[in-house]
Design a protein around this ligand. Structure first.
Ligand code: SAH
Length: 353
């Protein structure tokens, strides 16, 4: 039994079964026993890995993409360079290294990080301290200024609710107690006006997911972009239009039962990019596969240049990393990129309208 279990059990006993969103929020961000509050989950020794942790090439290309977007926006003399959920700070460090040679970019950039975990803030301070970053708990706290932003594997950590189509209504999937065990249950069917538009695209028995925080996050950052200029790259696993159960738990790089070890496994769900596009108050690009995006930005020539300096095991792992980021059987097609940019301006490189 994990330290979070009695807290969850007491709450369920007091107020009844909780939504998956409430369960996810407590498991991930409970200040004392939450997953992100207590550990660094990334890397080979952690529970999962991410593109920037696989290869420096990912952050380098993102950096150059954002720098080109900044130039296309007229190179504003002061702007916010932001990351949502920066993990260990690896991605932002690679972005900053790759853009050192872009005239005026560093002088104009103010680094802002949105991070909920005190533990990971500490790791970010170690990696990025030289750039004097400002931390925020929420996207709404980002300053009013031109905004160039990256969010890689951030939205998948935001809590989701799940609904099962039942006739013309919906039953919400909830987490309850069966004796001493956490278990999934279903609420009674109700109409849920919020889901009215999904009645046309689903059938009885279909399951859909809804991320309540997502529209607010996207609205805020896209308003900044539309008002002050800028661009955002949203990268994650997911697709256009959510359908089906994508709620998953990872521990030691293995899928596990999401109810088995609350607070000790990473919990995520696929991102519904249609919901991102719908919430955007600025222009958005077409949804593009990560492999295609990175190829367009020149990952293969960059990989060849880096390969020239490598031999043996280092070369092998470099080749594997390139494949992992781009190949359709690995992260190349599961992961997608959506760009947000100011209406009437050029979309970020590698993406199209
Ligand atoms: N972007 C990094 C890390 C992804 S892991 C990478 O690509 O390697 C998810 C990150 O989002 C972690 O830093 C986690 O602490 C942060 N996070 C999760 N939920 C959050 C929330 N609600 N608000 C702010 N940060 C959050």
């Amino acid at each position: 039994m994990t330290p979070l279990y009695p807290i969850l059990a007491a709450q369920i006993a007091r107020t009844g079964p909780m939504t998956i969103a409430d369960y996810m929020a407590l498991c991930l961000l409970h200040p004392e026993h939450g997953y992100y509050s207590t550990r660094d989950p990334l890397g080979a020794a952690g529970d999962f890995t991410t593109s920037p942790e696989i290869s420096q090439m990912f952050g380098e290309l993102i950096g150059l993409c954002l720098a080109q977007s900044w130039m296309d926006a007229g190179a504003p003399g002061s702007f916010v360079l932001a990351e949502l959920g920066p993990g260990r700070g690896t991605l932002m460090a690679d972005i900053l290294r790759a853009t050192r040679a872009v005239p005026g970019f560093h002088a104009a950039a103010r680094v802002h990080l949105v991070e909920a975990s005190a533990h990971l803030k500490q790791a970010q301070a170690e990696t990025l301290g030289a750039f004097d970053p400002t931390w925020h708990d929420a996207v709404a706290d980002l300053p009013e200024a031109p905004l160039f932003l990256i969010a890689n594997e951030f939205l998948d950590a935001l809590p989701i609710r799940q609904f099962l189509r039942s006739g013309d209504g919906w039953r919400e999937k909830v987490v309850g107690l069966d004796g001493e065990r956490l278990t999934f249950g279903l609420s009674d069917a109700a109409p849920y006006p919020l889901l009215a538009d999904r009645l046309e695209t689903t059938q009885d028995g279909d399951l859909i997911e809804l991320c309540p925080q997502l529209p607010g996050v996207i609205e805020v950052l896209s308003n900044r972009i539309e008002t002050h200029g800028g661009a955002a790259l949203i990268i994650d696993y997911g697709d256009w239009h959510s359908l089906g159960d994508t709620f998953q738990a990872l521990q030691n790089h293995q899928k596990v039962d999401p109810l088995a070890a609350p607070g000790q496994a990473d919990l995520t769900a696929h991102v519904d990019f249609e919901a991102v596009a719908r919430a955007a108050r600025c222009a958005h690009t077409r949804l593009t596969q990560q492999g295609v995006f990175l190829e367009r930005l020149g990952i293969t020539p960059r990989a060849q240049t880096l390969a020239n300096g490598l031999t043996g095991a280092a070369l092998k792992s470099h080749i594997a990393a390139h494949r992992r980021l781009t190949h359709p059987d690995e992260m190349g097609t599961l992961f997608k990129v959506l760009g947000l940019y100011q209406g009437g301006r050029t979309p970020p490189p590698g993406l199209e309208t």
